[in-house]
Write a protein that binds this ligand. Structure first.
Ligand SMILES: Cc1cc2nc3c(=O)[nH]c(=O)nc-3n(C[C@H](O)[C@H](O)[C@H](O)COP(=O)(O)OP(=O)(O)OC[C@H]3O[C@@H](n4cnc5c(N)ncnc54)[C@H](O)[C@@H]3O)c2cc1C
Length: 416
């Protein structure tokens, strides 16, 4: 299990203080970073300090949500540590890292987390602290699942699934739960009791059969190991379908951003075949062109897209199938693929509670061919997969989704 630890700096020093920077896993149960740091301090009789680090966010709504959720985190963590501090990312690390033996931190995958890690790393070298990153928020540590960027779900599936037994050990589960953990668990329980049996229909936006766990996973209020363990006795086809999303797709996303730090750069985010096909179709005539403002103001001719934008803006989420449709339409209605990529990322990371995650970057890149395959050639999309509203009408009760979103818009606008 200690293969979850990645030693960045190995140091033997005579200082007597251990620090855990909680940057991604804001919980107690199955928090491997907390478990290792706490036990290391306890074993050596060192003082243990926890720093809860405010996450990087673009939208105040997300930060407010985060603070509401961690309301009692500090208090509950005092059971483990001598001191618990809630700090911003510009905290004076010179002071924090003074006289420290070892630093533990949740593993970084995205650039803004690497930036924070880098600041710590520089000082840790200077101060001769040991520094360890711990992979708490994935089932199988990324470098152990695979030593390279994977081509698709097909190529990573077996590598991850065969290693689950090695990483399913639970830690700190006898401890009390925080408010955020209680809430995450209630959502999980509702999913198990009422939705999992219909998960084969989860693609239908007019139904509500997905788990709604993504914001909880984003902030690490719950671990994928906890979710897996709780649902496991089911072992139905639907359970397997769900694990495909929770473990295979999600950890493929982590694999992607970890091995391709250009995940947010249009020129490097997808595969050669996709760039070639886009190059061949850049001059294709677009029947509709919309700006980001048109999209935000629900001013497109497409009521399904507008409804998806309502869900995004008013509820901070969007049904998984609609996310694909939404991003494909942005490609169709924007003159340059590069602009489309940036508009999609900008909206995704600003409005979604689960934005600014590996899943978001990967989901958008997927719409540009990443982890997908070449399809039949057509206008604008070339060989990129195309989606149209006939598909929505044919497969789902999409009018029900539109009605629901318009109702939510009205309620929100009238303060109901
Ligand atoms: C264009 C686009 C943008 C996306 N943006 C985000 C985003 O910002 N944040 C985000 O968490 N997910 C994103 N996704 C992936 C997926 O749509 C969401 O994870 C899912 O809709 C979240 O709802 P849920 O928790 O109810 O999902 P469930 O169906 O209940 O799935 C359970 C969990 O599995 C993971 N998962 C599900 N589908 C995927 C997937 N396709 N790829 C990777 N992991 C997955 C998520 O962590 C999810 O919480 C995006 C997908 C696309 C196509």
């Amino acid at each position: 299990m200690d293969r979850r630890i990645f030693t960045v700096i190995d140091s033997v020093n005579d200082k007597r203080k251990v620090i855990y920077f909680m940057t991604k896993a804001f919980r107690i149960n199955n928090n491997y970073s907390l478990y290792f740091s706490y036990n290391y301090a306890k074993k050596n009789n060192f003082d243990f300090f926890i720093y809860i680090v405010e996450p990087y966010e673009l939208n105040k709504r997300n930060l407010d949500y985060f603070y509401d959720m961690i309301i009692d985190l500090k208090e509950k963590l005092l059971k483990f540590a001598k001191e618990v501090n809630l700090v911003k990312r510009d905290v004076d690390l010179d002071i924090v890292l003074d006289n420290v033996n070892s630093i533990y931190i949740d593993k970084a995958y995205l650039k803004f987390d690497f930036e924070f890690l880098l600041k710590i790393k520089k000082l840790a070298y200077k101060n001769d602290n040991s520094l360890k990153e711990v992979e708490s928020n994935v089932f199988v540590p990324i470098r152990i699942a695979s030593d390279k960027e994977e081509y698709s779900a097909r190529t990573i599936r077996k590598k991850i699934m065969s290693k689950l037994p090695d990483f399913k050990k639970q830690v700190l589960t006898d401890e009390i739960k925080t408010t955020a953990e209680e809430k995450a668990f209630a959502v999980l329980k509702d999913f198990k009791d009422n939705k999992l049996k219909a998960y084969d229909e989860h693609n239908d936006p007019s139904n509500d059969y997905t788990s709604g766990l993504s914001p909880y996973l984003k902030y690490g209020f719950i671990s994928p190991v906890t979710i897996y363990d709780y649902l496991k006795p089911d072992s139905s086809e639907n359970f397997n379908n769900f694990i495909e999303e929770l473990v295979v797709r999600r950890e493929l996303a982590y694999n992607y951003v970890y091995y391709n730090q250009n995940y947010d750069n249009f020129n490097y985010m997808t595969d050669d075949w996709a760039y070639k096909t886009m190059e061949n179709h850049i001059e294709d005539k677009r029947e509709y062109i919309y700006t980001k403002d048109d999209m935000i103001n629900f001013n497109t001719h497409d009521e399904y897209f507008n409804a998806a934008m309502m869900e995004m803006i008013y509820l901070g989420r969007m049904h998984s199938y609609m996310r694909m449709y939404w991003c494909k339409k942005i490609i169709e209605w924007t003159n340059s693929y590069k602009d489309a990529f940036h508009i999609a990322l900008e909206l995704n990371n600003y409005y979604f509670y689960d934005g600014l995650t590996p899943n978001g970057y990967t989901g958008v890149a997927w719409c540009f061919g990443k982890h997908d395959r070449a399809w039949f050639e057509r206008d604008i999309f070339g060989k990129l997969r195309y989606m149209n509203s006939n598909g929505l009408k044919r497969k789902f009760n999409i009018e029900k989704y539109v009605e629901k979103m318009n109702r939510i818009k009205e309620e929100k606008e009238n303060g109901i």
